[in-house]
Design a protein around this ligand. Structure first.
Ligand SMILES: Nc1ncnc2c1ncn2[C@@H]1O[C@H](COP(=O)(O)OP(=O)(O)OP(=O)(O)O)[C@@H](O)[C@H]1O
Length: 361
């Protein structure tokens, strides 16, 4: 439904220098490459999250999808239509199939809830009666049927975002873009807006692309997720894998921040990077699916002759999957602990060796 192929975006920031030390005719202009060769495919009906740190390129990416920002190179297509080559008029038509919501809602303060939702339909030239027929069920859908005559200032943040969602859905888009849509909301309101987006995705089969800096958002509603860093998509996976086996250091940092599952400080200070004859490995184990209910730890002791000292453990529900995480010291000879790691990996556990500690046994 959404396809980005080799999309790059470079901003040129004009220099302010004037006069003899301007350093050239551009007065010291510099460029920022906000996106680098981004490839992304979001199939119909999927909720895809793009997560990254501040300045990573999230907003630029989402704004390139409806061409609020025009890519410097590459192609963008939505619902099978390539957008980058369209005339202004054709692009305006194509944008009816792409709704968007924003962190700060972007409602018109001097218009009622009804009039805000009706606005895109008026701009499309729709007749009054038709607009009424379209807006009423949308307000019903977002739970604001009784607020049609109120003004944005009379609404809570969550209610304002509901109005924005209804407005974004007014033109019956195939795609909804969410630009940090819950970042200005408290956790409880965030939960209710995410539940509404999930409901809309299921009921209307709407494809959703959202950008966020919060793993909680990805965990709550996304089917698939990408990590963006320095304008590049550095990893992409189904959400279960995104949370169990991040492939990049940044992915692991996001996960650790979210789970707050780090070895105790005192242990971190003792960790050595290389193993020795007198050390034990400290590992982070991530397991999902059948592995969660299999007594693998007791089997390690029986089948590999390795004792396991559990330092921290946590079980999380990621949509319909259960994810187990554990930090543990594997106690045994170097050969046996290597065998134990192979055994765990052969049972689909993701094993990351955090370091090695001196044996005390
Ligand atoms: N209009 C612009 N002109 C110049 N540089 C820009 C422009 N918009 C974004 N940038 C730069 O592009 C890079 C990516 O910015 P972008 O806003 O896409 O990141 P982000 O991940 O959305 O960050 P945040 O979470 O802080 O909003 C940054 O270095 C930013 O300064």
């Amino acid at each position: 439904m959404i396809r980005l192929h080799n999309v790059s975006k470079t901003f040129v920031i004009k220099g302010r220098k004037r006069g003899p030390d301007a350093g050239g005719p551009d007065g010291g202009a510099r460029t920022v490459q906000a996106l680098k060769n981004v490839d992304l495919h979001v199939p119909q009906g999927q909720i895809h999250g793009v997560i990254g740190l501040s300045g990573a390129g999230k907003s630029t990416l989402i704004r390139c999808i409806n061409l609020l920002e025009r890519p410097t190179s590459g192609s963008v297509s939505v619902d099978g239509q390539e957008l980058t080559g369209l005339s202004r008029q054709a692009l305006n038509q194509a944008r009816h199939r792409i709704g968007m919501i924003f962190q700060h809602f972007n409602l018109l303060t001097n218009r009622t809830v009804f009039a805000n939702v009706a606005l895109p339909l008026q701009l499309m030239g729709m007749k009054r009666a038709e607009i009424r027929e379209r807006v009423a069920p949308l307000l019903e859908l977002v739970g604001l049927a009784d607020k049609a005559g109120q003004y944005p200032a009379q609404l809570s943040g969550g209610q304002k975002q509901r109005v924005a969602i209804a407005r974004a859905l007014a033109s019956r888009p195939k795609v909804l873009l969410c630009d940090e849509a819950t970042s200005a909301l408290d956790p409880q309101t965030t939960g209710s807006i995410l539940a509404l987006l999930r409901d809309i995705n299921q009921r209307l089969g709407l494809t959703i692309l959202l950008i966020t800096h919060e793993m909680e958002v990805v965990k709550s509603i996304c089917h698939r997720a990408s990590l963006i860093s320095g304008g590049e998509l550095v990893e992409e996976a189904d959400v279960g894998d995104f949370f169990t086996a991040p492939r990049t250091r940044l992915g692991r940092e996001f996960l650790n921040d979210f789970l707050q599952l780090e070895p105790p400080r005192a242990l971190i200070d003792q960790l050595e990077a290389t193993p020795g004859e007198q050390t034990h490995p400290v590992v982070r184990l991530a397991f999902s699916g059948d592995a969660v209910s299999t007594p693998l730890i007791s089997r390690l002791a029986r089948e590999c002759g390795v004792d396991v000292s559990i330092l921290q453990a946590k079980v999380e529900s990621i949509q319909d999957r259960t994810l187990g995480l554990m930090i543990a010291e594997l106690m045994g000879s170097p050969i046996k602990t290597r065998e134990a790691i192979d055994y765990l990996e052969s049972h689909d556990l993701h094993v990351e060796v955090l370091g090695h500690v001196q044996r005390t046994d």
